[in-house]
Structure formats: structure tokens, C-alpha cells
Write a protein that binds this ligand. Structure first.
Ligand SMILES: Cc1cc2nc3c(=O)[nH]c(=O)nc-3n(C[C@H](O)[C@H](O)[C@H](O)COP(=O)(O)OP(=O)(O)OC[C@H]3O[C@@H](n4cnc5c(N)ncnc54)[C@H](O)[C@@H]3O)c2cc1C
Length: 499
């Protein structure tokens, strides 16, 4: 790492002033989700003078509403897209082993074999898991990092997913994939690593007029920028930045439960959707003692909201599917919260829509703006590489080669070096090598009774992670805000953290 990765309000003010004095930059990146933060890191680490403008906060958009999985690409194999599946598996390996071992861990996935799952479906899942092993090996990820898939006994299935029905349970099928400690943390880690490489990371700064103007949404002031090239990474809002493209969103919803509702889940409980082939609902162990249950896929036309809302129909669908395997059905009363995110579909010239949730698209508009849209959290690095290659070509910039394959994110640590760190386990799991620094940033007391978040984490969010308001702390630096009652209890601590 070359420079200081800490983001705070003073740095933001300094950098805005510096930009006002010298508005000529190589690359302006619009959007501080995983895509934009990845592009900023790629560009800055190639030696380009880079500015990232995010109108709200880091991970404000879709990047905080994902399933938080680092996929090996199995689902793409099912539709015959071998190249995309391989790319996903390679990127998963890079994240797990090199760039973010502190943020991504191996997660067992279990399909319980109950009478409702027919022989054909079982054979299909088994074949898929074996194909996943081939993909993993092909991507160079060893079984020590992600174990082989296998059939497990009923007792082991129940150990991992204790609330699954015992009657008729003939064991389970188990495979492994990657899970992020939290998606918003990946975005913050990327943005801070980009800042350490010289990128100016500016939140509460909206890009207007195609990136020619930046507006500080806190002060209302504007500055005129002279970027050699603009990379539009505004996600589902990309068509408001570049009107030459047209997007149509589709909504994916998750429900939030207490971990106790699933009896202490030790794996991704994977439930086939009755009557479908290759479609599943997942219950995923999550931070703050929660379980996330997802995922739906619903057409969501109309204006793009800042915070999408799940519908009753989606709630019924998710409960209905998971209850097919549970001993005691879950009901609406068990739901503690919910969240929904939008995936973009690209409208092509003929009026049809193209699903870019699998393979991303890099488009160059008639004005020379480069838009990168679609893809996955998992493949953000490859998306960034493609976008910056295109930007460099389009604008005739002089830049080094892409370096991000071997560029660890701030806090990256694994193995013996991690074992030597002295800090509470929970902090090690969320902050990696920075855990001792976080512990030293403030008091180890909980922000509210029963919460696992400490005052030190809120203080670190402000001093190092660019949090500018209580919302940033509650909804993105931590995920306390996913349960309304927890949010209310933690609000005074978040407000007090700003003095
Ligand atoms: C429900 C769901 C589940 C998913 N699960 C997974 C998963 O488990 N694993 C996986 O790999 N992928 C997953 N994905 C895909 C992944 O979440 C997305 O591909 C990714 O988060 C998109 O990131 P982005 O940066 O392109 O967009 P966003 O995160 O939406 O970022 C765009 C940003 O641009 C900003 N912006 C907009 N306009 C302007 C402007 N004018 N000026 C400045 N800033 C602006 C917005 O505020 C926003 O922060 C999932 C997607 C969905 C919808």
C-alpha cells in the first residue's frame, strides 16, 4: 500500500478544495458501489489521477442489498455459460486467497434430502455440486480453501441446520462457496484501498452534467471538473448519468430473522423451489446474530427508489418455500426485518432486455463516456479491469497494466499472521489486520444492550471509514439498521459518536 487509507470528513474537505484548485483529472468514476470503488482502485493503482464521486454514501445502492455471497459460478454452468462460470470461480479464488481473505470465508451449503425432493432433482443437485468441484479446481482453488462437495448423514445435516424436519430426512448434499462478512464492508475496503493509492474518494458528492460538474450535497457548492474520461458506475441509476442507455430493474428480496429462529444455522440452508428446476431459496447465517432468507426475482418497472421495498407476495413466497423443509413453520411474526435490491436489465436497441446480472456490460457512449453495469459483487475486479482498459483506450491515457489481481485490500490478513493478532475474535472477523486499531479507537462497551457492536467500531467508522452521519454507521459501516428495533436502540450511540 502506498499511502494513507483513512477516510474522514477533514480529508474529504481537503480533497474537495484541492480539486477546486486543480480540476484536471485522468478519470472520474461516478458511483461508490462495489463497481465504482473497484474501478477507482484499478485506475489509481495504474497511476491515473482518479476521483470517485458518490452522491450519498459508499455502498448506498444495490451493493448493500446483495446475498453477500462470493459465487463460484455454478448457476451459470446450469445455463451453459462455461466462460462466465470460470471467470466467477477465478475471481472467488482471488478474493478468498489474495485480496480479501479477511472479508470472505468458506461457507458450507446444505440441501436437506427430504421426501419432497424427488430423485431427478437430487441427481441434478449432486451433478451440479460435482461440476462446482471441477470449476473450483479449474480456477486453481484448492480443497484446503473450499472443501469438496459430498453427501452428509442426517445427523450432520441437523447439526448444520437444526430446525430441518427429521421425519424422512435421508441426509443432505453439501458443497462450499464464499461468503462475505458483509457486502458494504467490501465496498468500504475497496474505496479505502483506492484512497491509499491516491484516489480522491468523495461521498455526498453528486456528479452532474455527465461528470462535468460535481455538487457537494452537504454545502450545496459546485465545482467544474475536467476529466479526461468519465466511468459511469452508477448501477441501476446508470441511465440517468448516460441517457444513451436504458435500464429496467428487477427486484431481489431477503427477509431477516433472529439466528434462534433457525436454531443456530451453521450453513447456507438451500431449499429447492417446488416445481422448478435449478431454482433455490437460501437461509444464510449473517452478522449481528441474524439469518437472511432470500431471494426473489421480480420485475420492478418505474422510477428507481433509493431504498426498494419488498412486496407481500415476495414475503409469502420466501416463507412458503423455506417452510417446505422446516419442522416448525416460520410465520410473518418471526420476521425481524427485510431488504430488497435492484438488478439492472439492459434494454437493447430492438426493445428487448438483456440480463446483465451474469456477464457485465462495458459500453462507450457517443460522447466517450464509459459505462460499466451489471455483473456481480464477486466479479467486480474483472469488471473494473475491463472498464479501465476501455477508458484508457478511449481517452488515449498513458497507464500501467492492471495490478489488482495481487493487490490486497486494506486489512487483508490470513494464516499465521492473523493468528498472531491480539484483538477480540469478532473484530478479527470483520476488520482483519486492522482489528487491534479498531479496538484502540474507543470503548469496548456495546452501543446498546444486547448488541454485538462496540463504541470503538463507531469511532473507527468515523475516523477511518468515511462515515459522515449516524445513518452511515447504522446502515452501512454496521448493519444494525436492518432490524428497526435495533436501529432505534443504537441511534443515540451513533449520534453521540459524532459528538
Ligand atoms: C438482491 C440481489 C442480490 C445479489 N446477491 C449477490 C451475491 O450474493 N453475490 C454477488 O456477487 N452479487 C450479488 N448481486 C449483484 C451485486 O449486488 C450487484 O451487481 C452490485 O452490487 C452492483 O454494484 P454497482 O456498484 O454496480 O451498483 P450500486 O451498488 O447500486 O452503486 C451505484 C452507486 O451510484 C451512486 N450514484 C448514482 N447516481 C450518481 C450520481 N449522479 N453521482 C454520484 N453517484 C451516483 C448511487 O448512490 C450508488 O451508490 C445481487 C444483486 C441483487 C439485486
Amino acid at each position: 500500500m502506498t499511502g494513507d487509507s483513512a477516510l474522514d470528513a477533514a480529508r474529504r474537505a481537503r480533497e474537495l478544495a484541492a480539486l477546486g484548485a486543480d480540476p484536471a483529472v485522468d478519470v472520474l468514476v461516478i458511483g461508490g458501489g462495489v463497481t465504482g470503488a473497484g474501478v477507482a482502485l484499478d485506475a489509481a493503482s495504474r497511476g491515473l489521477r482518479t476521483v470517485l464521486a458518490e452522491r450519498a454514501d459508499l455502498a448506498f445502492g444495490t451493493s448493500r442489498w446483495s446475498s453477500k455471497l462470493v459465487h463460484g459460478g455454478l448457476r451459470y454452468l446450469a445455463s451453459g455459460q462455461v466462460g462466465i462460470a470460470h471467470e466467477s470461480a477465478v475471481e472467488r479464488g482471488i478474493l478468498l486467497q489474495r485480496t480479501a481473505p479477511h472479508l470472505v470465508r468458506a461457507l458450507p451449503q446444505v440441501v436437506p434430502l427430504l421426501p419432497g425432493i424427488g430423485g431427478a432433482q437430487r441427481a441434478l443437485v449432486r451433478a451440479g455440486f460435482v461440476a462446482g468441484d471441477v470449476l473450483r479446481r479449474g480456477a486453481g482453488t484448492g480443497a484446503a480453501t473450499l472443501p469438496r462437495s459430498r453427501r452428509i448423514a442426517a445427523a450432520e445435516t441437523l447439526r448444520l441446520a437444526p430446525t430441518v424436519r427429521r421425519a424422512g430426512l435421508r441426509g443432505g448434499l453439501q458443497a462450499w462457496d464464499g461468503q462475505l462478512v458483509d457486502d458494504a464492508r467490501l465496498v468500504v475496503g475497496l474505496a479505502r484501498t483506492a484512497a491509499a493509492h491516491g484516489a480522491l474518494v468523495l461521498t455526498r458528492v453528486a456528479a452532474e452534467r455527465g461528470g462535468a460538474v460535481l455538487r457537494d450535497t452537504l454545502s450545496g457548492e459546485t465545482l467544474e471538473l475536467r476529466p479526461r474520461v468519465v466511468v459511469n458506475a452508477a448501477g441501476v441509476w446508470a441511465d440517468t448519468v448516460d441517457p444513451s442507455i436504458s435500464l429496467r430493474p428487477s427486484r431481489g428480496t431477503h427477509l431477516v430473522f433472529d439466528d434462534a429462529a433457525f436454531g443456530g444455522l451453521g450453513a447456507a440452508l438451500t431449499v429447492p423451489v417446488p416445481g422448478s428446476v435449478g431454482r433455490f431459496v437460501f437461509a444464510l447465517p449473517a452478522p449481528h446474530g441474524r439469518v437472511y432468507l432470500g431471494l426473489t426475482d421480480e420485475d420492478a418497472p418505474g422510477p428507481v427508489p433509493d431504498v426498494p421495498e419488498p412486496t407481500d407476495g415476495e414475503v409469502d413466497f420466501l416463507l412458503g418455500v423455506v417452510n417446505t423443509v422446516l419442522r416448525e413453520p416460520l410465520s410473518r411474526g418471526d420476521i425481524r426485518g427485510s431488504f430488497a435490491g435492484l438488478r439492472p436489465l439492459l434494454r437493447t436497441e430492438g426493445g428487448a432486455t438483456a440480463d446483465i446480472s451474469r456477464r457485465h456490460a462495458v459500453l462507450v457512449s457517443p460522447t466517450g463516456m464509459v459505462t460499466v453495469v451489471g455483473g456481480k459483487l464477486t466479479t467486480y475486479r474483472r469488471m473494473a479491469e475491463d472498464a479501465v482498459d476501455t477508458a484508457v483506450r478511449t481517452a488515449g491515457l498513458t497507464a500501467g497494466p492492471c495490478r489488482t489481481r495481487d493487490l490486497p485490500l486494506v486489512g487483508a490478513v490470513a494464516g499465521a499472521a492473523r493468528d498472531r493478532l491480539v484483538a477480540p475474535q469478532r473484530l478479527l472477523e470483520r476488520y482483519g489486520a486492522e482489528a487491534p486499531l479498531v479496538a484502540g479507537a474507543g470503548s469496548a462497551e456495546q452501543i446498546a444492550p444486547g448488541s454485538d457492536v462496540t463504541h470503538a467500531e463507531f469511532a473507527f467508522g468515523i475516523s477511518h471509514e468515511g462515515a459522515l452521519s449516524p445513518d452511515d454507521l447504522l446502515d452501512r459501516r454496521s448493519r444494525v439498521g436492518l432490524v428497526a428495533a435495533d436501529r432505534e436502540a443504537a441511534l443515540p450511540a451513533a449520534e453521540a459518536a459524532f459528538g
